[in-house]
Design a protein around this ligand. Structure first.
Ligand code: PMP
Length: 437
């Protein structure tokens, strides 16, 4: 069955698929961190639906919440109508949001995917400010619909100006931090204030507190605070895309809490649906200048997703899983840093909480920078692809990210046990040894 299914999918499905092409697995059962394939093999799943599965696969509280809705006879599809399920979800979500934000916020349910919420955020800030332009960052990923794609670096007719993300300024390798943040902030102000730079007053700025698909690039806290000042001074709405960073993943319930920045709009999806499709924006109520009926969407009332999401949010909150993610993430990061000693292919290890990236480089290739300044060895996508395959053959699923696909990304569920965290790093270390041979 395993081979047949893979062969038929390879014939029928477009090669535009991303993860699936490098992960020849046919999952038939899953629980927590573990996936079992049709061939009987078991894997530790550190992809977690690109960070969606805060509680791992098929967590009992999530299954129970879904069953409860089904058994109650409640309608499964009701468009935007108010229901007890929706009320419970919204109440739980607002209980988790930073107080100073939640106290004066509105919610808008969006289409099923993160990209729908990104588009909603864009139309909202355009309606609210009467301006059209948008600001996004190098290395960003916001989705696959036109506006989100433009903000991610795709070419569409949506007008988006790209500002530098501090990650670009981390030369010499690994010590970019403060200095990189300073340069990036300076450049952003210059681009906004120099009339010749040609950025008309934009409606909003969208930023990921930790870039995920871009290769796990944490935004320095002081830089995010500068971005908050820069946008506030110019009447630009600050949109925090917490689609991947939300619900405890980075070691705080919401990643903006690390810096204390209060955004104008938060874009939320992935984990808030407890493994089912759900996406919302939450925003400062003064921005709610949409005309009644200005925003529609058939599939934004998914009752099962709201129930699964509410159960997930509650479980993460009550069990302090954000704190656990912070502690476990620190330990995993420290162990991965240690691996650098024996693995010259590890160029950089970075992350926040259980959102971790290991960037692979070619230490023998000539650095691309100026000869008078030491720079990073170049990324090594071939090594990264090999490491991914070696991980897979050791029963560990990891995804690659970053502009060169040279960053191995770890996004395990927040319910990861200490033993599982050790097993993940052990298998990755083995895979590195095998790939470097
Ligand atoms: N924003 C961020 C930060 C994301 O990581 C993603 C998905 N990886 C999206 C938006 C788009 O979400 P979706 O794939 O559900 O459209």
């Amino acid at each position: 069955a395993h081979e047949g299914i893979l062969r038929r999918q390879a014939q029928r499905e477009s090669a535009a698929r991303t993860y699936a092409r490098s992960l020849p697995i046919v999952p038939v059962r899953a629980r927590g961190l573990t996936i079992e394939g049709a061939d009987g093999r078991r894997y530790l799943d550190c992809l977690s639906g690109a960070g969606t599965l805060a509680l791992g696969h098929n967590h009992p509280v999530v299954l129970e919440a879904i069953r409860k809705v089904i058994d109650s006879g409640a309608p499964l599809h009701v468009l935007d109508l108010a229901t007890p399920v929706k009320d419970a979800f919204t109440t739980e979500l607002f209980a988790t949001l930073p107080r100073e934000f939640a106290d004066n916020a509105r919610i808008q349910f969006c289409g099923p995917a993160g990209t729908d919420a990104v588009e909603a955020a864009f139309t909202l800030v355009r309606a609210a400010t009467g301006r059209t332009g948008l600001l996004a960052f190098t290395g960003a990923y916001h989705g696959m619909t036109a506006g989100a794609l433009a903000a991610s670096g795709g070419a569409t007719d949506v007008q988006v100006t790209r500002l530098p993300f501090p990650q670009e300024y981390r030369c010499p390798f690994g010590v970019g931090g403060e200095r990189g943040a300073e340069i990036a902030a300076h450049w952003s102000e210059h681009l906004l204030d120099d009339p010749k730079a040609g950025v008309p007053a934009p409606a909003g700025m969208i930023v990921e507190p930790v870039q995920g698909e871009g290769g796990v690039n944490p935004a320095p806290d002081n830089w995010l605070r500068r971005m908050r000042e820069i946008t506030a001074e110019r009447g630009i709405a600050l949109i925090a895309d917490e689609v991947q960073t939300g619900v405890g993943r980075t070691g705080a319930f919401w990643a903006v809490e690390h810096s204390g920045v209060v955004p104008d709009v938060m874009v939320l999806s992935k984990a808030i649906g407890g493994s089912l499709p759900l996406a919302v924006i939450v925003y400062r109520s003064e921005l709610d200048l949409w005309q009644p009926g200005a925003h529609a969407g058939t599939f934004r009332g998914n009752q099962l997703a709201m129930a699964a999401g509410a159960a997930t949010l509650k479980y993460v909150r009550e069990n302090r899983l954000a704190e656990r993610a912070a502690a476990l993430g620190d330990r995993m990061l420290a162990r991965l840093q240690e691996l650098r000693r024996d693995h010259p292919g590890i160029g950089d290890v970075r992350g926040r909480g259980l959102m971790i990236g290991v960037e692979l480089v070619d230490p023998e290739a000539a650095p691309a920078g100026r000869s008078d300044r030491p720079t990073a060895p170049p990324p090594d996508p071939a090594l990264a692809a090999l490491v991914q395959q070696e991980c897979l053959s050791r029963g560990l699923i990891v995804e690659l990210g970053g502009r060169h696909s040279a960053v191995v990304r770890l996004l395990p569920p927040l319910t990861l046990t200490d033993e599982q965290a050790t097993a993940v790093v052990d298998r990755l270390a083995d895979a590195l040894s095998a790939a470097e041979r």
